[in-house]
Design a binder for this molecule. Structure first.
Ligand SMILES: C[S@@+](CC[C@H](N)C(=O)[O-])C[C@H]1O[C@@H](n2cnc3c(N)ncnc32)[C@H](O)[C@@H]1O
Length: 440
């Protein structure tokens, strides 16, 4: 059995699980890898195949829909067709013959005994190759939906808020591969880490957004000693800007109201020489990730985790107890479309207003724990106005003692106290940050 063939079998089993059981692609893929002995090259191939097929599902379905002339009775058939079409249409280096041969073998492997599924798959894939790609007319309402494989509501949302041209740019950009970005710990010499990254062949380049981050020319950094020793961590450039929006003195009491998995908790703790970060999360199991990362990044002594629903934080903490409060709120995560391909299919417009209520409840609650000279930062990894600007407006109207505070973070200025980074601007995650202080 060729190694690529078993990689495809792992990819197909993963896709079946993701679509049949609604499992997350990254978790499902990691489980698949644990029970297989694929090489790193095969894992990379499998990962690209799984993420790519999920990302391009709407596009691929449009390519196949007219070619399917019979009812597909077995569970594996549609995922196998989509996955094979993805290879034919998006993976230039994979020969068509290999895709057809492997699809034939997989159909026999995944089909019931005596199934003729392999003939159906073969017929449809050959018809696809004969006919080639199709797209709706450029002027048709579903043109961007199909071209960028994005649900109708989300395309409409982007067009309504940013116009057709910018929407097209955002959509195209989130279908590009994510950059490999790392944040260098503030506790080590950045020059030494950059030299070490160069020596390891990662060709680091300083981020356009912040001097704390470097962009690597390939992945795999988590296997390095630099990562294991906590000299750097994997973090998106835009995501790192929430913490650098604060002005630290170094001895603050900090509340990280929604902390897991802990990327920003570590960054907060790195700023402190004397103070402490109290890291809350509603899920106990996720707090273990915060503890693990804090240990790896050598800041565990400055981090105290506590399981708590931040909407009830006043029951436990004192008014004015904290100097800095970060609310990196639970959100739709649409800014992460590039890294989490299935987000596009499992969020809806209704989710945005539900999330807004939780975001506002957390902000309203924890803001009373801030002292008069303190700073409050609200951030989300999304671009929807419902979760960003509308939450800010509602918070200020409920809490007139607060005002937006202009700030600079990394290489970015927010003169009106808010910054929204769309994913096509720097090729980072989409991100929103607002900074508040108590009126003097
Ligand atoms: C966007 S993530 C935070 C990411 C984190 N700040 C980081 O940088 O790694 C939001 C987190 O909020 C948590 N959460 C959701 N509802 C919450 C609540 N009511 N109180 C506290 N945490 C909550 C989720 O479990 C999730 O871990």
């Amino acid at each position: 059995m060729s190694t690529t063939k078993s990689a495809r079998a792992v990819a197909l089993a993963t896709l079946i699980r993701v679509w049949r059981d609604g499992s997350y692609s990254n978790i499902s893929l990691n489980n698949s890898f644990r029970s297989s002995d694929l090489s790193q090259t095969d894992r990379n191939f499998t990962t690209r195949l799984v993420y790519g097929t999920i990302q391009e599902k709407i596009y691929l379905e449009f390519q196949l829909q007219d070619l399917v002339k019979t009812k597909l009775k077995e569970d594996y058939l549609w995922p196998l067709l989509l996955m094979s079409a993805y290879q034919l249409l998006f993976m230039d280096k994979v020969p068509n013959r290999a895709v057809l041969n492997e699809a034939n073998i997989l159909a026999k492997q995944f089909g019931k005994p005596h199934s003729t599924g392999f003939k159906i798959v073969n017929g449809i894939l050959r018809a696809l190759l004969r006919r080639g790609r199709v797209l709706p007319q450029v002027t048709a309402p579903d043109y961007l939906v199909v071209k960028e494989s994005m649900p109708v509501w989300l395309v409409q949302y982007l067009v309504d808020h940013w116009g057709a041209e910018r929407a097209a740019s955002i959509l195209a950009s989130v279908n590009e591969p994510a950059k490999n970005t790392v944040r260098i710990s503030q506790l080590v010499s950045a020059t030494e880490v950059v030299t070490a990254l160069n020596d390891l062949g990662f060709a680091p380049c300083e981020s356009q957004m912040t001097a704390q981050e470097v962009v690597l020319d390939h992945g795999g950094i988590s296997d390095s000693e630099l990562f294991k020793e906590g000299k750097l961590t994997i973090q998106d450039e835009a995501a790192s800007l929430a913490v650098s929006a604060f002005n630290f003195t170094g001895d603050e009491e900090v509340l990280d109201a929604c902390s897991a998995p802990g990327g920003k908790t570590i960054q907060l703790a790195e700023q402190l020489s004397a103070g402490r970060v109290t890291a809350l999360d509603i899920h106990q199991n996720k707090l273990r990730l915060v503890q693990k990362s804090s240990q790896r990044m050598n800041v565990a002594s400055k981090v105290k985790t506590q399981k708590m629903d931040a909407r009830f934080a006043k029951e436990v903490f004192q008014p004015g107890q904290f100097d800095k409060i970060l609310v990196d709120a639970p959100c739709s995560g649409l800014g992460l479309l590039r890294r989490k391909p299935e987000i596009r299919y499992n969020k809806s417009l209704a989710d945005l207003t539900k999330l807004q209520k939780v975001q506002l409840a957390i902000l309203n609650q924890v803001s009373s724990l801030l002292n008069d000279k303190g700073e409050l930062v609200y951030s989300t990894c999304t671009f929807t106005v419902e979760e960003d600007e509308y939450v800010v407006q509602a918070f200020l109207s409920d809490n007139p003692q607060f005002k937006l505070q202009p700030f600079e973070t990394g290489k970015i200025a927010a003169p009106n106290g808010m910054v929204k980074i769309l994913p096509d601007e720097y090729g980072s995650d989409g991100f929103f940050i607002a900074k508040f202080v108590v009126r003097g």
